[in-house]
Write a protein that binds this ligand. Structure first.
Ligand code: NDP
Ligand code: GDR
Length: 340
């Protein structure tokens, strides 16, 4: 559903973070909806840019960096987008403890720079760029109420979470101060076969596949107790687009409402591959524990259900199966093994 006065002609979207998991799913969705899709990339020697060029040939690559305001202004002047999706970030929580300043700069201040560029180039009432900010359940951190809603107070537990709170708050502030059409989606964990290998779900499904195929002996993890509300990335990018089609800009929690521990995920992934006695393959190492942990996340997406009509289509068990099956095929192909 489009809001009144919003152009019906071919629209242009700019996605930062195009080389990441969500950037790819969102590019696909917007292409299906006949958008002209532009993807912001930083640097040159990044194999993920080649993946975008070959697998998403309809994406027009533009160069810029969330650390460089002048590059963002230049890109917006060149692209003249109707919608900007800010998915670019240092997004790995564990890394944010080691590179806290970089994380603050990209994940936090990067949002301010992009908002400022939007305001300078096209945030006026007549030529209003619609802006999406990738906020995160990590902002809730040490929660005192469950499930978490749009009204739950933030208590971030990592430099990443702190930077996301800044990004969230500055998005609200630019909406209030300058009338920008700016929305934040507070998205809970979402996963897929395109998830980076550093995140726990993909690390697990890839290791399960390799152990099943005899290519790896052990899976070394950190804390198995934290609980997360895990959904499918393909479902979550739909919510991002839906937020920008509303009459007025607002913030929404996007979640499944179900929570599982890391241990549950590991158990299901091994069992899906036909390995029931998985404990003998799994070790724990303090290296993968975090200085401060987020113990329990579960979201209440009632507002997104009622106002956007958004619902997740892929459940937890199907998500785990999808990722394990994908990694079995991937690793078998790489090793030249034919699967039954
Ligand atoms: P990824 O880590 O897969 O992708 C992050 C993207 O940010 C990459 O394309 C990366 O590009 C880009 N990037 C990093 N630094 C810069 C920079 N200085 N300038 C421009 N781009 C940069 O993340 P996801 O796709 O999983 O997530 C997308 C967004 O949603 C992120 O902001 C994340 O924090 C947020 N989020 C994600 C959730 C999830 O569960 N996936 C949940 C809630 C929020 P490069 O290839 O060059 O490194
Ligand atoms: P998270 O995702 O921190 O929730 O952030 P991640 O998959 O990294 O961790 C989830 C939980 O698993 C525990 N864990 C391990 N994590 C990793 N990566 N590797 C391990 O070996 C391991 N062992 C146990 C972690 O301690 C944690 O509790 C993701 C990112 O996509 C963020 O960008 C996003 O904002 C949030 O989800 C919502």
């Amino acid at each position: 559903m489009s809001s009144p006065g919003y152009p019906q002609r071919v629209r242009r979207a700019l996605i930062t973070g195009i080389t990441g998991q969500d950037g790819q799913y969102l590019a696909e969705l917007l292409h299906e909806k006949q958008y002209e899709v532009f993807g912001l990339v930083k640097g040159q020697n990044n194999p993920r840019i080649d993946t975008i060029r070959t697998e998403y040939p309809y994406v027009e690559i533009v160069e810029g960096d969330l650390q460089d305001l002048s590059s963002l202004v230049g890109v917006l002047e060149q692209v003249q987008p109707d919608e900007v999706y800010n998915l670019g970030a240092i997004s790995f929580v564990a890394l944010s403890f080691k590179q806290a300043e970089l994380t603050a700069n990209v994940t936090g201040l990067g949002v301010l720079r992009l908002l400022e560029a939007v305001r300078m180039v096209g945030g006026s009432q007549n030529n209003q760029i619609r802006f999406y900010q990738a906020s995160s359940s990590e902002m809730f951190g040490k929660v005192r109420e469950s499930p978490q809603t749009e009204a739950t107070p933030f208590y971030p537990r990592s430099p990443y979470g702190v930077a996301k709170v800044f990004g969230h708050d500055i998005t609200v502030n630019y909406r209030d101060s300058y009338g920008l059409f700016a929305c934040s989606g507070i998205l809970f964990n979402h996963e897929s076969p395109r998830r980076g290998m550093e995140f726990v779900t993909r690390k697990v499904t890839n290791a399960v596949a390799r152990i099943k195929l005899g290519l790896q002996e052990k899976l070394v993890l950190g804390n198995l107790d934290p609980r997360r509300d895990w959904g499918f990335a393909g479902d979550y990018v739909r919510a991002m687009w839906q937020m920008l089609q509303q009459d007025s800009p607002q913030d929404y929690v996007v979640a499944t409402g179900r929570t599982h521990s890391v241990r549950n995920f590991v158990d299901l992934a091994f069992k899906h591959a036909g390995i029931d006695d998985w404990e003998r393959f799994v070790e724990q190492d303090p290296r993968f524990f975090r200085p401060a942990e987020v113990d329990l996340l579960v979201g209440d997406a009632t507002k997104a259900h009622t106002e956007l009509g958004w619902k997740p289509e892929v459940g937890f068990e199907d998500l785990v199966a999808m990722m394990v099956d994908h990694d079995l095929r991937l690793e078998a192909r790489k090793a030249g093994i034919s699967l039954p």
